[in-house]
Design a protein around this ligand. Structure first.
Ligand SMILES: [Zn+2]
Length: 216
């Protein structure tokens, strides 16, 4: 029995609707079974697909549930402000990952990371002259991600985490993989840490700007 609804993604014990059929897929015996999500807010029907584990046995194992509704990653309001492009690209990479398209999800996460770091750096530029500011912005946009992190990121924590995220991110796009023992999960963990550091720093600066002095 599946332990999660493919539509609302809650952990549930689905209700068996007592309808199932047997069929063959590529000469392999399969069963489809109609289930219903018990979550009152969802309540929807879905199909669990089972494949026989060995041709000579009658043991079937759960292969997949259909249809699937993709999970949406909600970024915080702070991160949405820092880099709306990061949020959109991350969302697309996450959709690709859920479709099992891991070879394009990795470069997608790498691209999202680049937008996050560069937008964060651009947001930190303090140049009063608009022309100079535009020139500084263009320089950041053209600079390689690793160099950007080294040159512009002031916070040591963000620098250290972002640097490592970029190492793994580059592995997703380069022909030769350097970090063979690391995968998409590690890259996502580092992106998530980078996000949290940026969020903490941005919120801290906002609070300090909002309450600059103590009251007597
Ligand atoms: Zn559900």
């Amino acid at each position: 029995m599946p332990d999660q609804c493919p539509l609302c993604h809650l952990s549930v014990t689905p209700k068996d609707q007592g309808v199932s059929i047997s069929f063959e897929s590529g000469g392999w015996p399969c069963v489809e079974r109609l289930l219903q999500c018990p979550n009152q807010k969802c309540n929807r029907l879905f199909i669990a697909r089972y494949f026989r584990s060995q041709p000579q046995t009658v043991v079937y194992f759960l292969r997949s549930c259909v249809p699937v509704e993709l999970k949406v990653v909600q970024q915080s309001a702070t991160i949405l402000r820092v880099s709306p492009d990061f949020c959109s690209i991350y969302q697309d990479a996450h959709k690709a990952e859920q479709h099992g398209l891991l070879l394009v999800a990795g470069p997608g996460y790498r691209k999202a990371l680049e937008f996050l770091i560069k937008d964060y750096i651009i947001g930190q530029l303090k140049e009063p002259d608009p022309e100079k500011l535009a020139a500084d912005k263009a320089t950041v946009e053209k600079t390689l991600l690793g160099t950007c992190i080294k040159t512009y990121v002031k916070s040591e924590q963000i620098k250290e985490i972002a640097k490592r995220a970029a190492w793994l991110g580059n592995d997703e796009t380069h022909y030769v993989r350097k970090w063979e023992d690391k995968d998409l999960k590690d890259l996502k963990k580092l992106i998530s840490l980078t996000l949290h550091w940026i969020e903490i720093e941005t919120l801290t600066l906002e609070v300090i700007a909002d309450m600059p002095e103590g009251k007597v």
